[in-house]
Design a protein around this ligand. Structure first.
Ligand code: COA
Length: 401
């Protein structure tokens, strides 16, 4: 079987998308095609062809990702699918190879993704980069500690009117949290505040609530309600799509609102690992938090990636990085002061996927070493490297794509 990877022509794009939709068992709908043709670029959409038939796809959104102390271009990998007739014959591997080579050629130093299954992407050099919590909170036990009472005002807005205030809050927070992705107005309209019926999965339409402090938007909750009644009582749940606050006063008002909605038994949703909520409530256990692996990161161009973030202290470290899938990265790199290739002896040895786990601040070298994923070649190197890469807070990515 000969498989060719290419960017589908304008005429063939829809057929390639149909292939991926069949893999995910999504019903093809015009509004979905429309949404993706508005947000994807054809040069970043790859299809694997068996003759004229598309049998696999991969694509990447042109994202800007917040990294410690700055932001960098990152391919947002999506639409990864291979038809059941063609699986386990190396097609995904070839799609990944081509996509990463193109990102490298365009000098985009990073690629990020959310994995349908956690076992798929490590082999391509992706590492766990921004774990989060999944919350399943018991609303009946919710109470804020030392509650000074509401400070602001909460307004429910039609989704189209929520775009502007949500953007204001998000854009204030985004530079402060590694893992956040810059969102255009089109992205807000097409994804975060879009509400096609096929995304509801039995729950209500999306609602948007904006917390205002001194007349300024300072937090928002976008959510749905999944109704359930049993024997005369409501067991309904709030399903958070996204909840974000720009400061601690707004954060408290935000959660007071979310947990104050009547007829709700549970509040479910994704939580920032550094969320103050855990420390704001009387009964942290009742939040029922479960750690989940979150965003994956691939360092496509190690030099650009290392130069694009900031470091603590004035130490220096030499990393010996293995990278079989993108061999241009492999070798020894000096970090701290100048960032450059070097012939100097290595302080630490690690795989490029493990460097990705440190890069945004999710893990330390010491923690990876404790799992036998980093080797300390020179004594004391782990502590020096941890000082250098230390960040003020863990990363978080509030949206999958
Ligand atoms: C995941 C998927 C794209 C893999 O495509 P594929 O063409 O079969 O993958 P490849 O043949 O290139 O596999 C490469 C390697 O990854 C492994 N692999 C592939 N899919 C895997 C999975 N789901 N879990 C564990 N390992 C997997 C293969 O066994 C192979 O390992 P090997 O090199 O040791 O032999 C395909 O199974 C699929 O479309 N799944 C459903 C949709 C999906 O989950 N997409 C990912 C969205 S994030």
């Amino acid at each position: 079987m000969t498989i060719e990877i290419r960017n589908p022509s304008a005429d063939n794009w829809r057929a390639a998308m149909l292939t991926a939709m069949a893999v995910f068992a999504d019903e093809p709908r015009d509004d979905d095609f429309d949404r993706f043709t508005k947000t994807l670029v054809r040069e970043r959409f790859y299809a694997a062809y068996d003759g004229d038939a598309p049998v696999g796809t991969a694509a990447d959104f042109p994202f800007t990702l917040t990294v410690p102390g700055g932001e960098l271009a990152a391919g947002g990998v999506t639409w990864v699918a291979v038809l059941p007739t063609h699986r386990r014959q190396g097609i995904l591997t070839e799609l990944m190879r081509r996509e990463l080579a193109d990102l490298h050629e365009r000098e985009e130093p990073l690629a990020v993704l959310w994995a349908s299954e956690a076992a798929i992407y490590g082999r391509f050099g992706y590492g766990l980069a921004a774990p989060h919590f999944e919350m399943e909170a018991d609303r009946s036990r919710f109470a804020l500690r030392d509650d000074p009472g509401p400070r602001g005002k909460v307004r429910m807005l039609p989704l189209e009117d929520a775009v502007e205030p949500c953007m204001r809050v998000y854009d204030r927070v985004r530079p402060t949290i590694p893992g956040f992705i810059a969102r255009t107005r089109v992205w807000w309209e097409q994804f975060r505040l879009s509400d096609p019926e096929q995304w509801r999965r039995g729950a209500s339409p999306k609602y948007a609530a904006i917390v205002e402090l001194d007349g300024e938007p300072a937090a928002y909750a976008i959510y749905r309600i999944k109704q359930e009644w049993r024997q005369g009582f409501s067991h309904s749940e709030v399903r958070l799509v996204e909840a974000l606050a720009a400061n601690s006063t707004a954060e408290r008002d935000l959660w007071r609102f979310v947990f104050g909605i009547d007829l709700i038994a549970r509040v479910e949703g994704r939580l920032d690992p550094a969320s103050p909520l855990f420390l704001m409530v009387v009964d942290a256990r009742s939040l029922n938090l479960r750690a989940s692996e979150g965003l994956w990161l691939r360092i496509v161009d190690i030099e650009g990636a290392l130069r694009g973030r900031t470091y603590g202290g004035d130490g220096e470290i030499v990393l010996d990085v293995r990278d079989e899938f993108c061999p241009w990265n492999a070798g020894r790199w000096r970090v701290g002061g100048e960032i450059e290739r070097t012939d100097a002896d290595a302080d630490l040895e690690l795989d490029v996927a493990d460097l990705a786990s440190v890069y945004l601040g999710a893990f330390t070298f010491s923690r990876l070493a404790a799992a036998d994923r980093v080797r300390e070649v020179k004594e004391g190197a782990l502590a020096r490297a941890d000082d250098l890469f230390r960040t003020p807070r863990p990363p978080y990515c509030p949206e999958d794509f």
